[in-house]
Ligand binder design. Structure first.
Ligand SMILES: Cc1ncc(COP(=O)(O)O)c(C=O)c1O
Length: 405
């Protein structure tokens, strides 16, 4: 018998590692996925050929609806949302070009790292305090310098702030001949975003949040103006997998680029199909109502929300942690006793509850609110659970069509 330097490791079936009942994912993503999405994710077919061609063409058509664009340059990416961000940056920036990065937290700041990574000149602006960007702040940046690309996030998941002036900020950038990349990772299909009407050049999103698909397969859409720059660039794209011209071979010309993440694309197909059935209007309304009801419930319990109502992000709600409360203890009690998971934060003294896609179902809202209340109480912080639950119920229009599949 061959003696291997590395012997086979101990055999541990996945079932021994995973919890018997999956945790209810009520954090900042990934989110629970519908059964149709999960089933599609278990299927592998040839990534080339007629069946896949039809699927790709329909994914693009449905994605156009989600992005509200008539542009045909829509690609799926085998990678996280950060890879979609990287595709946008890498194809539009290179040494000699410049980026204005509107940074208000972990994710919007990530654009600056990606942009310096490809050797472009990067200017970072930050809003005053914990606020969305004002139009004036962006206008001021253009007074002293011109930029090729502006990057901005619609909703900053890390702190729960919504960029309420996004549409106007895009207008300012376009007036200054600057392309705009918008990160709609946690917001797409949870609230209005109209790529063409607002004049956005690149929109990126991930599967695992508003779309309620799986993590690891993302979407990007390019405007004609962005595509002109990409087609005419003389400098090679340094990222082979993320080269949009190469991705276009698969997503438009149906030629080989790399082996597509077939199950993830099938899952995305089903997620987008469910969105088209629900329709964007109803989906926005469901998200708005669910999140606002949860927020009211949290406040009635006696908790303080981190972001004022006028620019609070509905997709991810940030809650102040009371003094002396330990985030890990609050979160772990919810996991251990209620099988519900929510998120901590990146350095801020907050915890976060996701309100994206399947998270916005009444049964999930009641469960997460009750679990959180009980966790605070068991950890020694008095909260009014009964009032919180009642306020949630009062503010939810229990329309079965909206909330229960
Ligand atoms: C707004 C936003 N942008 C980008 C990302 C990065 O996504 P991923 O972890 O899939 O790369 C996230 C993830 O939480 C996000 O919330």
């Amino acid at each position: 018998m061959t003696s291997y330097m590395v012997p086979p490791p101990k055999n541990i079936p996945l079932s021994e590692i995973l919890p018997t009942e999956p945790l209810l994912l009520m954090g900042a993503g990934p989110v629970p996925i519908p059964h149709a999405v999960a089933s599609a994710n278990g299927v592998v077919i040839n990534h080339m050929g007629d069946t896949m061609n039809e699927i790709i063409s329909r994914v693009k058509t449905m994605a156009k609806y989600a992005f509200q664009t008539s542009n045909d340059k829509i690609f799926g990416i085998s990678g996280p949302s950060s890879a979609a961000m990287e595709m946008g940056i890498t194809n539009l920036l290179w040494p000699g070009r410049s980026a204005l990065v509107c940074s208000m937290g972990t994710f919007s700041h990530r654009f600056s790292e990606l942009a310096s990574g490809v050797g472009s000149d990067v200017t970072i602006i930050e809003p005053k305090e914990n606020k969305p960007f004002s139009v004036e702040e962006v206008e001021k940046a253009f007074e002293s310098k011109s930029f090729d690309v502006l990057t901005i996030v619609q909703g900053e998941t890390s702190c729960g702030i919504l960029n309420t002036n996004l549409k106007e900020i895009v207008r300012v950038a376009k007036k200054n001949n600057c392309l705009v990349i918008v990160d709609a990772v946690c917001t797409l299909t949870t609230m209005p975003l109209s790529m063409d009407e607002w004049g956005i050049d690149v929109v990126v999103t991930g599967g695992q949040k508003g779309l309620s698909s799986i993590p690891g397969v993302s979407l990007i859409a390019f405007s004609n103006a962005a595509w002109d720059v990409i087609e005419n660039r003389k400098v090679n794209c340094p990222h082979w997998c993320l080269d949009a011209r190469k991705a276009n071979m698969f997503w438009t010309e149906r030629k080989y680029h790399y082996t597509a993440p077939v199950p993830g694309i099938l899952a995305m197909y089903e997620a987008l199909r469910l969105i088209t059935i629900e329709t964007l209007d109803k989906r926005f309304e469901r998200h708005h109502m669910s999140s606002r009801a949860l927020q009211k419930g949290l406040e009635a319990m006696g908790l303080t929300l981190f972001v004022p109502e006028e620019y609070r992000l509905n997709s991810v709600v940030a809650i102040d942690l009371p003094k002396k409360a330990e985030s890990s203890k609050i979160l772990n009690y919810m996991i251990d006793k209620f099988n519900v998971e929510i998120s901590g934060a990146f350095g801020l003294n907050i915890i976060r509850i996701g309100q994206m896609g399947e998270q916005c179902r009444s049964q999930n809202l009641f469960k997460v609110l009750y679990a959180l209340g009980m966790s605070f109480r068991k950890n020694g912080f008095e909260v009014d659970i009964a009032s919180g639950m009642a306020r949630l119920e009062e503010n939810l229009v229990l329309d079965l069509e909206h909330f229960v599949e």
